[in-house]
Design a protein around this ligand. Structure first.
Ligand code: AHR
Length: 843
């Protein structure tokens, strides 16, 4: 779009936005004569991973946290050293060296989520023991030695649930637990209690004597609603009791299944009408290191006998939402199942351990068994087990993804072997290849031989989708495979997810839909977040024990799934380009990447005036270093270590800045990083604009916004020991960068297009569907033109919009941003609201 149109459109905004008598508005032209790509019904699926308590404490309806007393268990094959989990020190499969990667394993005490209460003179000693376990798979139990039973008090084990046990008045809850006892005199009382201690439900059991494990069950009915209750098991009299596997489920689970799913969350996911569910990960699939990876086989059968999985997300999964439950859920909501198989390699960016090739036959067999469990006849070994667990008919397993985010020769050899075995026995199963983290790896696709789908992951910063609207258009079309965008989200520079993210998400989805001849599956990530424990910054559905809501992007995904046409129609937008009035505004920072460097003569000018010029003679007032130590002395601000580190000046609202300074590299791998725009305190490195000078191992310079590179990088390096002159001029959204007086970049950080549209035909209803994203801060009046047919006079509309880009839904306002129904008069130009996503439908 030519820049000339900007002032013209600026004029237009002086008139009422829906005016017809003013200057010519923009237009959207839909071409009915040349239908484009067909949009497969598989396009929109979901991705489930046990992260941020997506399953335990989320979708899986269990209400007791650490029900088996296993949460403090050190995962197999690992050690804990100084609070860090250390995997076996074996060779990394990609580098050939031993990785020194560790992850935190904080001491949460012996029985996290449980507390022992002794009141009214009761005396009891608690310990975590492994003697005579209920199940070898879950070896720990809680031992309580009660030496004094106070008449007015109790000795009790109390579980806080997943940050509360939420019950609703009149609802029934199924309790189950096991004990062994030795001389326990009194009864066992189970109570659901409010946060104030009020008893909301009670069940009393006569303690079953004997040294063997005994099971107790009952159903409790809540007398009132409580969002943050707890469960207490109190033991009357003296004696010793061993307690294990304490479980509480709402009777009302999704589809009333036992060991089932939380109704609200399962319904929210179902409402996305996912074509498929990808399970169980993500990084979860790879394990902390080999030897800890999940195994679908141990996620079957009695829940108290499942060992669980410890993942890189730092907590034990009970695997209660196991392979069978996953397949059942797929069937229940009409989704195809996608199982992600371990290839015997752990995460390349973490431990990088691998199973030897001699394990490959067993790995292959395990995957064939997984398929047999899902779809094999009941006469087969694993099909028979499926029948035993209550499901003789096959489950809807359709896809097998081989590994997660892996690439390289070893991965490819595993892929080829697994894919060949799967295809030979189950040609109907679609196999999915990984391609590392971001981008299309055509070489991997070529070398992998048989590929039905190649999985690309795409986490992007705010605005990336707008600047890369043609991203998938540029992909080569090659026969043999389709693209699966297995994990995608706008998650940089959008806080914890705001409406700005939703606008970018919408454009990204339009890009996929428009290229549906190539992109045939996609799934947003991550899907679920228990707000009490977020392992990832931006997630789709938020909840605590009692409540849930979808972010605006959830409503977007639902909107697009509900309005997925069968075939695209070529759509052309002629609309204004710039987000007029918007400009970069914020503060500054300095950084280094594996490098020691020093800076001096810093000056910030804004609006022609010097607004900041520190002398760095005795300290750096107003600066806050992060992950590095900075020293300001004798006019120089220095970071002496070869580290990745930053220092940020206090929040400011400077705009139209010229930043000048001198910089010298002391030692290390790269050059300098000058942040010329950051907001917030503390600044999120993802939300900054940075000039990275001598980055990428000292090979090039580039501007980065929200973590993404903007414009083309320029080859260049930084020499050690030499002072460089740096100047950055940021005017509006145009940024020019100079090194030693020579211009290196001239880049517009604003998107070149801000209105996006895609039309299509819904063959079943005979309707035309048009989706329009207006990512401008102003309304966009656009006329609809139709090639090869009559223009409609009216359309039904659903509009998702927010004047405030930082706005989001929340527990307080769960429906602040939801689609609003309306209609559009198309006999004249229609005004698409500022910051909006509109779906129009007409017959
Ligand atoms: O979605 C969160 C994580 O992102 C996934 O586990 C992993 O596959 C990706 O890196």
């Amino acid at each position: 779009m030519p820049r000339l149109i900007i002032p013209l459109f600026g004029l237009l905004l002086l008139f009422p936005v829906a005016a017809t008598g003013g200057p010519e508005p923009g237009s959207i032209t839909l071409d009915l004569t040349r239908p484009g790509a067909r949009i497969p019904s598989s396009l929109y699926g979901v991705f489930f991973e046990e992260i941020s308590h997506a399953g335990d404490g989320g979708l899986y309806a269990e209400m007791v946290q650490n029900r088996g007393f296993e949460e403090s268990r050190v995962p197999p094959v690992c050690r804990v050293v100084n609070g860090e989990l250390v995997p076996p020190r074996t060779e990394h499969y990609a580098t050939g060296r031993v990785s020194n990667w560790t992850m935190p394993f904080p001491d949460k005490g012996p029985w996290p989520s449980w507390s022992i209460e002794t009141t009214g003179g009761s005396v009891a000693k608690a310990s975590l023991v492994t003697e005579s376990p209920l199940s070898e798979a879950q070896p720990h139990s809680l031992k309580l030695e009660i030496t004094k039973a106070g008449a007015a008090g109790r000795a009790a084990a109390i579980n806080e649930g997943y940050w509360g046990i939420a019950v609703r008045k009149g609802e029934r809850y199924r309790l189950r637990f096991f004990t062994r006892t030795q001389g326990l005199a009194g009864p066992i009382t189970a109570t659901i209690e409010g946060s104030d201690g009020a008893v909301l439900a009670r069940s009393t059991f006569k303690a079953k004597a004997g040294s063997g494990w005994r099971e107790y069950r009952s159903t409790l009915t809540a007398s009132s609603t409580e969002p943050k209750g707890r469960l207490a098991l109190s033991f009357g009299g003296t004696g010793t009791v061993w307690l294990d596997f304490v479980s509480l489920f709402p009777e009302r689970t999704f589809k009333r299944r036992e060991n089932g799913l939380r109704e609200d969350l399962a319904r929210m996911v179902a409402d996305l009408k996912p074509a498929f569910i990808r399970w169980p990960g993500g990084c979860f699939t790879e394990g902390v290191c080999v030897g800890t990876e999940p195994d679908w086989k141990t996620s079957l059968g009695p829940v108290e006998q499942r060992p669980g999985t410890y993942s890189v997300w730092g907590y034990w999964s009970t695997d209660g939402f196991g392979y069978h439950e996953f397949l059942q859920y797929c069937e229940d909501i009409g989704a195809a199942a996608m199982y992600v198989a371990s290839t015997g390699l752990s995460c390349e960016f973490r431990s990088g351990t691998y199973r030897p090739d001699s394990d490959l036959p067993a790995i292959i067999q395990n995957n064939l068994d997984a398929i047999e469990y899902a779809i094999g006849p009941t006469s087969s070994r694993w099909g028979a087990l499926r029948a035993k667990y209550g499901h003789p008919t096959p489950f809807p397993l359709k896809y097998l993804e081989i590994g997660n985010e892996q690439h390289g020769p070893l991965y490819l050899s595993r892929y080829r072997a697994i894919a060949a075995a799967v295809k030979a026995k189950y040609p109907q199963i679609q196999v999915i290849l990984n391609m590392g983290i971001i981008g299309l790896d055509r070489r991997a696709i070529r070398e992998a031989a048989s590929v039905d789908l190649a999985d690309e992951h795409s986490y992007r910063g705010a605005g990336w989708a707008l600047r890369n609207w043609d991203y998938f258009d540029r992909y080569p079309r090659e026969p043999g495979y389709k693209l699966y965008v297995g994990e995608w989200a706008t998650n940089g520079g959008v806080g914890r997810g705001n409406f700005n993210a939703t606008l970018s998400d919408a454009v990204y989805m339009l890009g996929m839909e428009r290229n549906a001849d190539l992109v045939s599956l996609s799934s947003y990530a991550p899907l679920l977040e228990n707000v009490n424990r977020a392992d990832w910054n931006v997630n789709l559905i938020h909840y605590d024990a009692a409540r849930s809501y979808g972010r605006a992007s959830y409503h977007l995904l639902k909107l697009f799934a509900d309005n997925r046409p069968d075939v695209n129609l070529p759509t052309h937008v002629s609309a204004p380009t710039s987000q007029s009035g918007e400009r970069l505004a914020g503060s500054i920072g300095l950084g280094t990447w594996n490098t020691a460097a020093e800076y001096r003569d810093l000056r910030v000018e804004s609006g022609g005036k010097t607004v900041y010029a520190p002398d760095f003679s005795h300290g750096a007032e107003g600066w806050t270093p992060r992950e590095s130590e900075w020293e300001a002395k004798a006019g120089v601000y220095r970071q002496k270590e070869e580290r990745v580190g930053w220092t940020y000046f206090r929040p400011e609202t400077w705009s139209d800045v010229t930043i000048s300074l001198k910089a010298r590299k002391l030692s290390g791998r790269e050059g300098f990083m000058v942040v010329f725009h950051h907001q917030g305190e503390p600044p999120d490195p993802e939300t900054t604009a940075t000039w990275n000078i001598g980055g990428w191992n000292n090979t090039q310079h580039a501007i980065q916004l929200n973590g993404d590179m903007i414009g083309a990088p320029v080859p260049g390096r930084i020499d050690t020991g030499r002072w460089y002159d740096i100047r950055i001029e940021a005017r509006g959204q145009r940024v020019r960068c100079f090194l030693d007086g020579k211009q290196i970049h001239d880049v517009d950080l604003g998107p070149s297009q801000t209105v996006f549209a895609l039309g299509g035909r819904d063959e079943k209803s005979g309707e035309t569907v048009l989706k329009v994203v207006n990512a401008r801060a102003q309304a966009a009046p656009l006329a609809l033109r139709i090639t090869g047919g009559a223009a409609p006079s009216r359309a039904e509309t659903l509009t998702l919009s927010s004047p405030d880009l930082n706005a989001e839904n929340s527990f307080a306002e769960p429906e602040r941003i939801v689609p609003v129904r309306g209609s559009a008069d198309l006999t004249r130009s229609y005004s698409f609201p500022a910051n909006s996503i509109t779906v129009l439908r007409w017959r």
